[in-house]
Each structure stands twice: as C-alpha cells, then as structure tokens.
Design a protein around this ligand. Structure first.
Ligand code: TXA
Ligand code: MG
Length: 336
C-alpha cells in the first residue's frame, strides 16, 4: 500500500529543492498563484503532478525557469516577439508558448509541439529554481477545475496528503494566473487572459488575437488546452451581475455576495465579501480567489458576483468569473 504523505508547510528552500531533485512535489509560491512544482526533466515526477491534481493529461503544464537565458534549454526557437516580451515582462505574470525542444517530455506539453514557459517573480520561487538548477513544471496547486490557491494554507486545504512540502511565501501579490500567449504561428494568440494585461502586450508587440472557448466542443477539443468552459469553480452555484446592476439576494435562499467598490447592495445577504473598497483592479485581483473561497465555505445556496470593467486585470477576473459561474462559455469579449 502507498504510504500517505505527511504534508508540511515551511520556509526551508533547501529542503524544498532537495525534495524536487528526489522527484517529489512541492507547493511553490509565485506572484500569481501557488504552483504544484515538479522537476520538469523527471517524467515520473511530472506524472505525479497530474495524479495529485487529478488533472486530465490533455491539459499541459507550464514550465518555470530561473531567467530568460535558460529559454534555449526548453525551447527550440526564440522569435523576435518572444525576446521583446521576455525582456520586458520577466520575471512576471506572462507565459509564452514556443516550439519545445525534443528533450521536454510530451507529458509536460500533453503531446503538443509547444511548451508554455515563464520566469516567476517571487524570491522563493527564483531561489528554488536556482538551487535545483532544473526547469520546474508547475500548474496551479489546486485540485483540477477548482479555485486557485493564493496562500500556503489554501494549498494545504486542497492538497494535503498529496504534496510533500509547501513553501510558505505569503499571500500572492498578483492573485490571478499568468497571461498565456502563444507565439507558435505568425499570429500572437492569447490563450488565457491573466496577470499581465492584454493592452500592455499590444503596446509591446502590436495586435494580438484572442482564442475563444467553443461551447459546442468537448473540453479536450477546444482550440487550445485549458480553455474549459467550467473552471476556477467554487462548489456553490454562482450567478454574475453586471458592473452597474444592484446586487439583490434571491428570496428564500442563503445568498452571498462577492463585490468591490462602494457600489451599494440591497439588504438580506447572509455574507458579503468586498474584495476592494474602491476601484483598484490590482487589489481586486489580489483578493479575488480568497474572497471566492471564503464565500464557498460559508454554506450558501448561491454566490452572486459583481463583474468588473472589461479592461486591464478586469479581463482576466471576468474570465475567471464566467468560467466559475457555469458550464457555459465565456462571452466573446475583446478588451478594447
Ligand atoms: O500563473 C500561472 O500561470 C500559474 C503559476 C503557478 O505559474 N500556473 C498556472 O498553471 O496557472 P495551470 O496549469 O493551472 O494553467 C496553465 C494554463 C493551462 O490552461 C494550460 O492549458 C496552458 O496554460 N498551457 C500550458 N502549457 C501550454 C502549451 N504547451 N500550449 C498551450 N497552452 C498551454
Ligand atoms: Mg489552474
């Protein structure tokens, strides 16, 4: 019988590095969300990530590297736009999909020709990458489809017994996952809006396209992996309201409200989580997943959530809200 893992939280980077080099899994803080890290060059360790997260193998993992100079270890081609973006944004919340080197296991990329790479901006993650000397494959450290973790405790709540060690790097500063951009063809295509705003991407490399989830297709057949209509989802049903709609509870039901700013809500909500007192999308993003978790654990019948203006980080937050709210595809929005 497989021995149950005793999950430990701590700040010992060397211990975390030794575990990774021994093929074990480590919860790794990054500026976006916590990752479930494994040595990307160890196929067994990578397989253990999929198992621990209960993640389908059609959804590839992001590979984290210590700095842009390590890119040639992972990718076979570095187009000009990749150079511009990596110089301007890394370390930071942007994942770039580029042609992979044959040495990168097909398990990491789910058999795709491209690998998603980023340099995270968190001192502990960078130190871990330096001490292991290996690229680290790390999806968000939550069970597949659930709410991403932004504290070490969130990782423990979801993955206790499934991960050896969780490095505690405090709450994540950005709070929403990295923006994923593919540079596999002449078009630059954003596969997932995230912590690096699309407007800023376009200022650096010109117009980018947006991949859109097709509700008629199965999850595995979406135009890009990971574009699942239902994702980032609380267990409690969630209903969205627009930016300028008055939040009202549903009669006879235990209702919670996820909101921001000084916009009023009518009485009768059992629990209100205001992720930011005014209009600051950075603060909204930093508190977003913690707010969703708080309401999800309050035994409510429904969570009503106020959407964000479709600009900057609001694009990523609305994307997470729509995917969390239903099995339906997100609205086809373009951030301009
Ligand atoms: O901020 C983040 O990106 C966090 C931290 C830990 O770095 N990681 C993260 O990983 O959110 P994950 O696995 O939860 O989401 C990664 C997304 C998935 O939707 C995946 O499908 C996409 O990136 N992705 C990864 N590699 C890809 C590839 N080779 N081609 C296309 N999409 C890819
Ligand atoms: Mg994830």
């Amino acid at each position: 019988m497989k021995a149950k893992i005793q999950t430990v939280i701590g700040t010992d980077v060397q211990r975390a590095a030794d575990l990774l080099l021994a093929g074990r899994l480590v919860g790794m803080p990054t500026e976006t969300v916590y990752g479930l890290a494994a040595d990307a060059t160890n196929a067994l360790a990578v397989a253990a990530v999929f198992e621990a997260k209960q993640r389908p193998t059609f959804d590839p993992l992001i590979v984290h590297i210590a700095n842009a100079e390590q890119l040639p270890l992972v990718v076979s081609e570095i187009p000009k736009r990749a150079k511009i973006l990596s110089r301007a944004v890394w370390p930071g919340p942007l994942t770039i999909v580029l042609p992979k080197r044959p040495e990168i296991s097909d398990l990491v990329t789910s058999g795709l020709p491209g690998v998603g790479v980023r340099v995270p901006q968190h001192p502990m993650a960078l130190e871990l990458l330096k001490r292991t000397g290996r690229p680290l494959a790390a999806p968000s450290a939550n069970l597949f489809g659930g709410i991403s973790p932004t504290t070490a405790q969130h990782v423990l709540d979801g993955l206790t017994g499934r991960v050896d060690y969780i490095l505690n790097g405090g709450p994540c500063e950005v709070g929403v996952e990295s923006t994923v951009i593919s540079l596999m063809s002449d078009d630059a295509v954003v596969l997932r809006p995230g912590g690096f705003p699309i407007e800023q991407l376009e200022r650096l490399i010109g117009p980018v396209k947006r991949a859109v989830t097709d509700p008629a297709l199965d999850d595995a057949a979406q135009p890009a992996p990971g574009m699942l209509s239902r994702h980032y989802a609380p267990g409690t049903p969630m209903r969205l309201i627009s930016v300028d709609e008055l939040a009202e509870p549903e009669s006879g039901r235990h209702c919670g409200l996820l909101t921001w700013g000084d916009w009023p809500a009518s009485g009768g909500f059992e629990r209100i989580f205001r992720i930011c007192e005014d209009y600051n999308l950075q603060i909204c993003a930093a508190n977003f997943f913690a707010g969703l978790r708080d309401l999800d654990s309050a035994g409510l019948d429904v969570i009503i959530a106020r959407q964000f203006p479709e600009v900057g980080l609001g694009v990523a937050l609305n994307d997470r809200l729509r995917r969390g709210a239903s099995g339906k595809a997100p609205a086809q929005t373009k951030p301009d």
